[in-house]
Design a protein around this ligand. Structure first.
Ligand SMILES: [Zn+2]
Length: 386
């Protein structure tokens, strides 16, 4: 990666051609149109709280350094702000009289400063690293400077690496918290749209987990039809199969479940009854597993983490079973005792056995001492689910 340290670019240079989007609250362009201040991957301008933004302008007028700023240079010669977007936006707003600050005991904007202060503000040089490199290099480097305070999450980082028309369109659709669809999506998709977490899920689903590969392959796409269409199919499917909204549905791997089950027919009324029944079943400790369990035809109870027998019950049953087995000269594993193998009379230690539901939980058996038996580990495993 090529890097270049520039200390000759002043605030006045950067503020030439400054464009600020009032509605979205973000700086768009500067440096005579050569600089993209808010690339797709940058978070919204969060300095406009009347404190941090004001503090940036005040610092300059008091001669405080602004710290390092990073730009990347693109192949087309444009520059993007990688780190420093918030500071540059604050400077631009002040320079264009859109950010009043308290200075010298009164409210001022750029125009009301005396000439000396105006010159000082304009001529303050910025300390800018300009970087040019491959996607891989920028990614590696991002991960390093991310530690230094930018703190981008995974998807924000990917949006930086694969920035282009695809990311722009995806952001417009999925990263806008004002999009009325966010309410519906939020029932199934976890995360903050502004932190790109909804977009991340959309790409995760359509790519079957290969987010980086998908973004690299679609980087130059001018539409998002495939990803949007797939996402819509998944959401339509899940909201059609499960009538009642449960908070446990949020954040489940619906893309995977869709792939696995969407070709199967379901009766939404029956599904709804079953889900509601399991939601109130005290033995089901993993309520989030209910949806997969029902989709799979109620056969894989392992996903429900059905409550296990407690230690006291297990010990009591072990002693009862072992005493009886000793007096009858048979194995204390009832299944071994019924067989004809070498273990027919074997007395297992407690540590060699597992507790089992006599009547399976899925067939209505309860997790109580009357429904508990101990089996040797081999037989318990071969018996399958609880
Ligand atoms: Zn056995």
């Amino acid at each position: 990666m090529k890097t270049q340290l520039r200390t000759d670019i002043t605030i006045a240079d950067i503020c030439k051609g400054f464009v600020y989007n009032e509605i979205e609250g973000k700086g768009l362009y500067g440096w005579n149109g050569k600089l993209i201040i808010q690339p797709e991957y940058q978070r919204n301008y969060i300095y406009n709280d009347g404190k941090k933004d004001v503090a940036v302008a005040q610092s300059v007028l008091r001669g405080f350094p602004l710290g390092l700023i990073y730009f990347t240079q693109r192949d087309d010669g444009m520059y993007e702000v990688l780190d420093g977007q918030q500071r540059i936006t604050s400077l631009g707003r002040f320079r264009t009289n859109k950010l009043p600050i308290m200075f010298d005991g009164r409210e001022q904007n750029y125009n009301s400063l005396n000439d000396e202060l105006k010159a000082m503000f304009d001529n303050t040089p910025l300390t800018i690293y300009i970087c040019q490199g491959t996607e891989k290099e920028i990614k590696e480097w991002f991960q390093i400077i991310n530690i230094g305070g930018v703190r981008l999450n995974d998807q924000e980082m990917r949006n930086a690496i694969y920035s282009g028309p695809f990311v722009t369109k995806m952001k417009a659709q999925y990263s806008n918290s004002q999009n009325p669809m966010q309410m519906k999506w939020g029932a199934y998709v976890k995360g903050d749209p502004k932190r790109q977490e909804v977009m991340q899920t959309v790409i995760d689903w359509v790519s079957h987990g290969n987010i980086d590969g998908y973004m690299a392959g679609h980087r130059r796409d001018n539409d998002i039809n495939e990803a949007a269409g797939y996402f819509e199919s998944v959401i339509d499917w899940v909201s059609g199969v499960f009538k009642t909204l449960h908070k446990e549905q949020c954040g489940l791997p619906w893309g995977e479940l869709y792939e696995k089950y969407h070709t199967q027919p379901y009766n939404p009324d029956e599904v709804d009854d079953k889900v509601n029944e399991l939601m109130t079943d005290e033995y089901v400790t993993n309520k989030r597993g209910i949806f997969e369990y029902v989709l799979g035809g109620c056969s894989n109870a392992a996903v429900l983490h059905v409550r296990l027998f407690d230690q006291h019950t297990i010990k009591t049953v072990y002693e009862r079973q072992t005493q009886k087995a000793r007096s009858e000269h048979i194995s204390n594993c009832p299944l071994c005792a019924m067989g004809s193998g070498a273990n027919k009379t074997k007395i297992y230690k407690l540590s060699e056995m597992d507790a089992d539901h006599v009547t399976a939980w899925s067939k209505g058996g309860s997790t109580t001492i009357d429904n508990c038996q101990l089996l040797c580990k081999t037989h318990n495993r071969s018996k399958g689910n609880a």
